[in-house]
Ligand binder design. Sequence first.
Ligand code: IMP
Length: 193
Amino acid sequence: MKKLVFATHNLHKLEEIRNILKNHEIVGLPEIGCHEDIVEDADNLQGNAKIKADFVTNRFHLDCFADDTGLEVEALDGAPGVYSARYAGEGCSYHDNVVKLLEALDGVENRKARFRTVIALNLNGEQYFFEGIVNGKILTEEHGDGGFGYDPIFQPDGFDESFAEMNMETKNRISHRGRATAKLVDFLNNYEK
Ligand code: IMP
């Protein structure tokens, strides 16, 4: 079975992809002995995904993929975008970010936003990128207590619920990460070399 590193420390993300990519042995960073924090200092999602995938391939000589996600709000010119995790400052909580975003959009009529995920894949000396997007809007207050991050204030187009009110299967089917992952899986399942 072909071994492929997923450059993440997140066990939930690893489990999720293992359930989909059954014909690959997916290993996380701890399993290859990589315990460092990889510095993600690019100013865009593609750049950060590339930094993580390249770090592993260069250091460990292994095929690897990595993802990066941001919430892009139209009225804020795409912010918080690549800075979504630390929008309210270094070491902030998910809730701090939600509060800051609600404040930034206080009284703003245009609530359009999208989540975007970019996956970088290094495979046999080539690099590939996959993108997943879900369009929606930022609610004026929090709804639901499922999910994580900005889920309580993001409502995807075509739904009356926030991401935090949806069951996980529905969210994974339509989400940015779900869509980018589906493209990666499709590519790998049809890849021959
Ligand atoms: P990461 O690149 O997957 O670590 O995501 C960066 C940041 O985007 C996270 O810290 C969250 O704040 C936000 N984020 C990513 N995916 C989601 C999601 O599915 N729902 C809500 N927030 C998310």
